[in-house]
Design a protein around this ligand. Structure first.
Ligand SMILES: [Ca+2]
Length: 374
């Protein structure tokens, strides 16, 4: 196994504090010490999502490939029976993967992807049964409306304790006003059941003209969604346009403001809005300007890194690093992990062994396991 040793760069925190990057984000006082990111498997084509099977193996979705089973020893096997008609363009392709909370009984696996075709270019959710290394009886159980495009596909998923599923749907910038329009799915977090239907207690079920699947709205492009099993908090981070990347704590029915309020600007540098906050819209817990392109997120609960208990671990595509973010009464604090690895991080997951697993975003992407180097 390749092992790359990465020290902890306190200087980076000082840099961050000096720039305008991290408003109200201070450094975590106790550094984590040197970490090691060992390669479990490589040769993955832009891997995007990761789920842990009960037998110790993992399912990995490749944005530009298929569904791959990776054994605990790193052996890769292609899983047949995945979704067909996948739009593979830009940020789109196969996206996230999640196991049903009752996977041990029903074997159900959920895969989000962008559908191709004249009536497609929309986020879809595929459900199949995992049997002896293959996906069987697969079908699309949900399609987002209206059509979006190949950018900001969304796709991140998280199950709630009531066995409903949160699914993020992104909104491309030319269509961004849809994020405030409750009649459609763009720029929303949706909550659906295992058949793809809206539960009766969703926040806008009774509102005329509103899409009943909506859980929260006013989002742009999120690639990290995680629930803390200990506190019940649901965390979503978002990519702003130029600046204004956000960390949000999700509440049912809430409006997160895009594009009415934002710390970001147009990619051209032009003004989207001067408004950063507005009554009735939820402010981010923190925001990062300039952008660091967060992707993937896990809440750390485990024994391998006792000091990280309850912290958020967030991958960065642009920052080539993982950040440990602590949200507490004293505000938001952060520590940069694995800086200087020179790789884009697509997903961050907590393994059943208490170690942290990463997917790197590359044509020859890797599945990494993070351990203490001591
Ligand atoms: Ca916002």
């Amino acid at each position: 196994m390749k092992a790359i040793r990465a020290g902890f760069a306190a200087a980076l925190f000082a840099l961050a504090a000096c720039s305008s990057e991290a408003q109200n984000v201070a450094e975590i006082a106790e550094a984590s010490g040197p970490l090691e990111a060992e390669t479990v498997a490589d040769g993955l084509a832009h891997p995007w999502g990761l789920a842990f099977l009960p037998d110790g193996a993992m399912l990995v979705t490749e944005r530009n490939g298929g569904v791959v089973r990776v054994s605990a020893a790193g052996e890769k096997t292609l899983v047949s029976g995945g979704p067909e008609g996948v739009l593979r363009q830009g940020q789109s392709g196969l996206l996230d993967v999640a196991l049903d909370p009752r996977f041990a009984e029903n074997g159900l696996v959920y895969i989000s992807f962008m559908q191709a075709g004249r009536d497609a270019n929309r986020l879809a959710l595929y459900r199949a049964r995992y049997e002896q290394g293959a996906l069987v009886d697969g079908r699309v159980i949900f399609r987002a409306s209206p059509r979006g495009g190949a950018v900001h596909p969304g796709g991140r998923m998280a199950f709630l304790p009531d066995e409903t599923l949160l699914l993020f749907v992104g909104v491309p910038d030319p269509l961004r006003d849809n994020a405030q329009d409750l009649s459609n799915h763009l720029g929303k977090v949706l909550r659906i059941d295992r058949e793809g239907r809206p539960p009766a207690d969703n926040p806008f079920v009774a509102r005329a003209g509103a899409a009943p699947e909506i859980y929260s709205y006013g989002h742009r492009n999120a690639m990290g969604l995680a629930r803390d099993g200990a506190t019940g908090a649901i965390w979503l981070h978002e990519n702003g346009p130029r600046g204004g990347d956000e960390l949000n704590r999700l509440e049912a029915g809430a409006n997160y403001g895009w594009p009415i309020v934002t710390y970001g600007r147009e990619y051209s540098g032009g003004v989207i809005t001067e408004e950063r906050s507005r009554p009735g819209m939820v402010d981010p817990v923190t925001q990062w300007t300039p952008s660091i392109a967060p992707s993937g997120m896990a809440v750390y609960r485990g024994d391998a890194f006792a000091a990280w208990e309850g912290d958020l671990l967030i991958g960065f595509l642009a920052g080539e690093q993982v950040r440990r973010v602590r949200v507490g009464e004293g505000g938001v604090r952060q520590e940069t992990l694995l800086a200087g690895e020179g790789r884009r991080i697509r997903d961050v997951r907590l393994g059943p062994d208490g170690f942290v697993y990463l997917l790197t975003d590359a044509e020859d992407g890797a599945l990494l396991r993070v351990r203490s180097a001591r």
